[in-house]
Design a protein around this ligand. Structure first.
Ligand code: ATP
Ligand code: SF4
Ligand code: MG
Length: 331
């Protein structure tokens, strides 16, 4: 069975883990693992976007790949629309950062987009490819061109058109706008939101760029060293944040002129601990500005509220964003 937009869809992941074996140092030595994704519970609603944010190496791409079935989980369950993942080939598509490497240089734009279309007559196919190009604001006159004849932004639109061609219920967008310049990023995000409204597809939008994530997501999962540390609605990603790491991430988001909310930057010292020898207590304790003794010995659980929010911290809300006084602003 192929899921189409008319069928309610949700992805639910419980206790998902993905670990990578390290090269063995001694022939009969103990096998060691890098725990890239470590006990993730998450849910994506139909027609909604789950944003995933966190610094490089925290496990975002690994999680995305596992959730959409491009990689296997070592533990946990993933269910699509209530049934085990894997049963719905074609219902999921993915768009990655580098469009040039995702497109075959010897195939025209029409051939690239047409790859994902079901069997149909030649004229129906050309019409459908033209429609899909129109949906991503690409001139259908580019149909017979090759990828190298298009700009990076146009190439990424081709990848998006190809991703929506098979009518997917879920699209993984992993750093899909990261290679584009700031104004083009916002244009593609607008386009994705518009496509979501029209097709009803759910998105998992992964980026290290919090502004882009906030621009498209309904809910945002903040990851740190393989775990979700906070799950919050995107429109409450300011004063209401409760995990110190989310607060630090938000404070570091570059402001743009006209931003109402301009937080004081919180600078985190040091690097995340090893994903091989994971700390006993809170994984963020070595960098957390409000850590206490308990944090170093007892690992906090992810605690869910009735409203769907979740936080993994013994002292949620103890670090707050401080508003910066903006010269020339009214308030
Ligand atoms: N195939 C693999 N084999 C071994 N280790 C891997 C593999 N894929 C990822 N890792 C490791 O898993 C961890 C998480 O990597 P991942 O690519 O998921 O991070 P990320 O959050 O997407 O980072 P970035 O923002 O840089 O893309 C990293 O330590 C990475 O080195
Ligand atoms: S549990 Fe402690 S160290 Fe961890 S984020 Fe909360 S306050 Fe900081
Ligand atoms: Mg990545």
């Amino acid at each position: 069975m192929t899921i189409t937009q008319s069928v309610p869809f949700a992805l639910e992941a419980t206790g998902v883990e993905r670990r990578f074996p390290l090269p063995q140092e001694k022939l009969f030595g103990h096998r060691r693992y890098l725990h890239a994704v470590d006990g993730i519970d998450v849910r994506v609603e139909p027609g909604r976007t789950l944003g995933v944010v966190g610094e490089s190496g925290c496990g975002k791409s690994t999680l995305g790949r596992v959730l959409v079935g491009l990689d296997k989980a070592d533990a946990g369950t993933i269910r699509w629309n209530g049934t085990p993942a894997g049963a719905h080939t074609g219902a999921v598509q993915a768009v990655f950062q580098d469009p040039a490497s995702a497109l075959n240089p010897r195939r025209t734009i029409a051939q690239a987009i047409g790859e994902a279309l079901p069997r149909m007559s030649r004229s129906a196919r050309t019409t459908r490819i033209g429609e899909l190009m129109g949906m991503v604001d690409l001139d259908p006159a580019l149909m017979s061109r090759y990828p190298h004849e298009l700009s990076g932004g146009q190439q990424q639109r081709v990848c998006i058109a190809r991703a929506i061609a098979s009518d997917p219920a879920l699209i993984l967008l992993d750093e899909a706008v990261s290679s584009l310049d700031a104004s083009l990023q916002m244009q593609v995000i607008e386009l994705l939101r518009d496509l979501q409204e029209r097709t009803g597809a759910a998105f998992i939008f992964i980026s290290h760029d919090l502004r882009a994530v906030r621009g498209i997501s309904d809910w945002i999962a903040v990851m740190y060293l393989g775990q979700i540390v906070e799950l919050a609605p995107a429109d409450e990603f300011d004063d209401q944040l409760r995990h110190p790491y989310s607060v630090a991430l938000r404070s570091a988001e570059p402001s743009i002129p006209g931003d109402e909310f301009q937080p004081e930057r919180i600078i985190l010292e040091g690097d995340p601990p090893s994903a091989v020898e994971r700390p006993v207590g809170c994984r963020f304790a070595s960098r957390c500005p409000v850590a206490q003794d308990r944090c170093r010995v007892e690992a906090p659980e992810l605690v869910h509220d009735d409203d769907g929010r979740a936080v993994r911290c013994h002292f949620p809300g103890s670090l707050q964003l401080a508003r910066r006084v903006v010269e020339g602003a009214d308030a």
